[in-house]
Design a binder for this molecule. Sequence first.
Ligand code: HEC
Length: 233
Amino acid sequence: MKSSYRRRLAPAGAALLVLAGCADAALEPNAMKPDIGSDADTPIVTTANPDGRDPEVRARAAALDFSGKLRGTLQQAIQSDGVEAAVDVCKIAAPQIAEQVMLEHGVRLGRVALPGRNRNPRQAADGWQLGALQDFQAAVERGGAAAEQVMVQRDGLPDGVVLRMIRGIETETGCLACHGSAVAPSVREAIARHYPGDAATGFEIGDLRGALWVEVLPGAAQDGSDRHRGDAR
Ligand code: HEC
């Protein structure tokens, strides 16, 4: 199994980031610029990649789409109804947006946290995601930036998966209302209603909050209506 770890500089545009709700702070557009060299625009068509898009580009596009949609939904919910109501929105919207993005992009994707630091019990990291997240956590403890932790795996993947990507999600100021050490009692109540075993508070700015993972599936994504998909599957 071969994995490549990459580090990137923090995007200068990160300062522009406003409250991101339960969205993934690590995934603002600058951080998601494809970093696959000068031939990034040249489609490479292989059996595993029949639509001619590099799987890493597909993974990044899906991650960015998910993150952007979740971020927008949450921001709007917080602005119009407050943080407590946004907890409910996050619970409903996060899986729905994931579902929609998975279908559109032909990927599987989700968010995980270290077991014992997770909110949704289904999002405790396991298997390959746990290994990567533990590596990220160790790197952050050594002084690495949470949002710069990325692992891309191209080889040794199970059947039906052409690429795996996972990247760290950093705790930002806007996350503290629901993940910090001083979560307001009313917000705590809203969280406890849906997540009685919640262990996703007590985070500080810069901490690794969790990770966003993507598995790119063979075959065409449904989003590129500009491309003839034919019998790509
Ligand atoms: C309005 C409250 C709220 C805010 C603000 C918020 N979150 Fe969350 N977060 C939640 C809820 C609720 C969940 C569980 C959602 C689910 O069931 O998938 C969650 C889940 C997560 C998860 C998935 C792992 C887990 O523990 O279940 C990550 C990662 C995460 N949040 C990161 C962030 C980051 C980063 C920020 C700031 C940019 C943030 N959140 C801000 C409420 C919030």
